[in-house]
Design a protein around this ligand. Sequence first.
Ligand code: ADP
Ligand code: MG
Length: 211
Amino acid sequence: MAFLNELDSKRLLAEEGFEVTMPEVVSNLEEAKRAAERIGYPVVVKVFSNRIVHKSDVGGVVVGIEDEAALKRSYSEVLLRAREIDPEAKVCIQKCVPKGVELVVGIHTDESFGKVMMFGIGGVFVELLKDVSFRLVPIGEEDAVEMIEEIKAKALLDGFRGLPAVDKGALSRFLVKVSDVAQGKGIVQMDLNPVIAYGDRFVVVDARVLL
Ligand code: ADP
Ligand code: MG
């Protein structure tokens, strides 16, 4: 079993029809600049390393990079911090998507129950808030609706502080689709955190898949 890195995890998801922010792995600042030009500002600089799982905990994620000067600063900062942990760490560039409601969707394989799906409010505070619901895979749309209703902070989905409301029908179908994908391809674990919601659109900005 092996965890796919962010790039390969997102490739798998993109092949299944999910919208992702595809990272471009770069080896130096010139490549970083070219990647950012291609992708279009604003971009995100992220550490790319098999040994760093919680990237933002080590200062390995800089969002909202608007120009080349900021890119240059962030590139060096992220690389410097990352190399202290993993001398082979690289950096990747991806599109920075606007603020939206951050969701978490996870799949893990339980020894006695089999595949289990988790859904909740996502982002970097997931472990702290523990506001999530679980169902056995495969789920249907009714299960998905229940999973959404079970979240304590579900009011966040109705439009909060100017963020667009999340279309719950579309979210249910999104969860069913993750469940369908999780059933195949020898998938053992999937961490999609966060998936950023814009109404009926869901963009996976961080992903880690275990095959
Ligand atoms: P980790 O979970 O390893 O700390 P993430 O890739 O999830 O790292 O990034 C941390 C946070 O940065 C996310 O929760 C999200 O708020 C933000 N973020 C990450 N990638 C993007 C992106 N492409 N666009 C906008 N925000 C992002
Ligand atoms: Mg994450």
